[in-house]
Design a protein around this ligand. Structure first.
Ligand code: CP
Ligand code: NVA
Length: 334
């Protein structure tokens, strides 16, 4: 190649490199509920509901034809894996499971190399990680959107399914109260961020040391109401008073197995049972992200009651995953 031609190609490669850096910087991900605006949350819910209606009437438009989703799992999963994989299939694309056989991000190769290589080959990545930091570090280098499929700090995909379920049952958010009973964990953080954006009242009953931390309260609900306040209490009865939605989750999350015995003692008074549900609003529903430890954080009677929306909530994981994927790929990053 002549000297001038090589200069020209070097400049072209440099320009391409700059463009890629800009693309990575501008990329919209879905890592926390606080990363999206209220309008965007409503848009994802509307898309999810409309895609759900289409599916129920036997229509599956290929909104993501030819697109590939890579799913990295550092923890176990039923709902998240199946909803994303089925969702991509129904949208005309494909999904690929990456478990421990990849050698682990940051172990066999650096986070940067893993992220740059994987995102150069696929269109979107879902990452369920032990540590939240792994997802944010990974996203820094990704040239395609990254979705948080659960970390130790948050579970925004679950929150989408939960608020879609609340909307389906009550048709609105304002005037409703949500009570969280138990560990103010990753699922609680995302759910509360979502319902606060949508104008619901919130009360959280958790024992000392397992309550919401200050950093989780910062800016919460302010977009919709500067005076938004969340009630933090150690009394399940107080939290569920007048609540339309009662939610709990396991006392021992994945990665906390060493604390099992201690947590069982600390949370013993935080079980959601019929007696507690009777103290809630007469139309109250019960929700749980699942998997549940029946007989610990919730009784069989509540799980299997008329008030329980756990199956509708789990099914909605499928519909919101599809709404989210279509929003991220066809709207937010167009
Ligand atoms: N709720 C939820 O995320 O379930 P899985 O752990 O089975 O994915
Ligand atoms: N809080 C639980 C949720 C599982 C979907 C966990 O992190 O294990």
């Amino acid at each position: 190649m002549c000297y001038n031609c090589s200069l020209f190609f070097n400049r072209l490669t440099f320009k391409q490199h700059r463009l890629n850096i800009e693309k990575v910087k501008r990329m919209r991900h879905f890592i926390n509920l606080n990363d999206i605006k209220i309008k965007e949350l409503h848009r994802i819910l509307d898309l999810s509901a409309s895609i759900k209606n289409e599916l129920k009437s036997g229509v599956m438009p290929p909104y993501l034809a030819g697109k590939m989703l890579a799913m990295i799992f550092e923890k176990l999963s039923l709902r998240t894996r199946v909803s994303f994989e089925t969702g991509m299939f129904q949208l005309g694309g494909s999904a690929m499971y990456l478990g421990s056989e990849t050698g682990g991000i940051g172990k066999r190769e650096s986070v940067k190399d893993f992220s740059e290589v994987l995102s150069s080959m696929v269109d979107v990545i879902m990452f369920r990680a032990m540590k939240h930091r792994s997802v944010t570090d990974f996203a820094k280098y990704s040239s395609c959107p990254v979705i948080n499929g659960l970390t130790d700090l948050s579970h925004p995909c679950q929150a989408l399914a939960d608020v879609l379920t609340i909307r389906e049952v009550f048709g609105e958010f304002k005037k409703l109260k949500l009570a969280w009973v138990g560990d103010a964990n990753n699922v609680a953080v995302s759910l509360v961020q979502a319902v606060a954006k949508l104008g619901m009242k919130v009360s959280i009953a958790a024992p000392a040391g397992f309550q919401f931390r200050d950093k989780n309260l910062r800016g919460l609900g302010r977009e919709i109401d500067p005076a938004f306040e969340i009630e933090l209490t150690d009394s399940p009865a107080k939290a569920v008073r007048d609540a339309h939605v009662v939610v709990t989750d396991v006392w021992v999350s994945m990665g906390q197995e060493d604390e099992t015995e201690h947590r069982k003692q600390v949370f013993a008074q935080y079980q959601v049972n019929e007696k507690l549900m009777k103290k809630a609003h007469k139309d109250a529903i019960f929700m749980h992200c699942l998997p549940a430890r029946r007989g610990l954080e919730v009784t069989d009677e509540v799980m299997d009651s008329e008030q329980s929306k756990i199956v509708q909530e789990a099914e909605n994981r499928l519909h919101v995953q599809k709404g989210l994927l279509v929003w991220l790929l066809n709207e937010a990053n167009r």
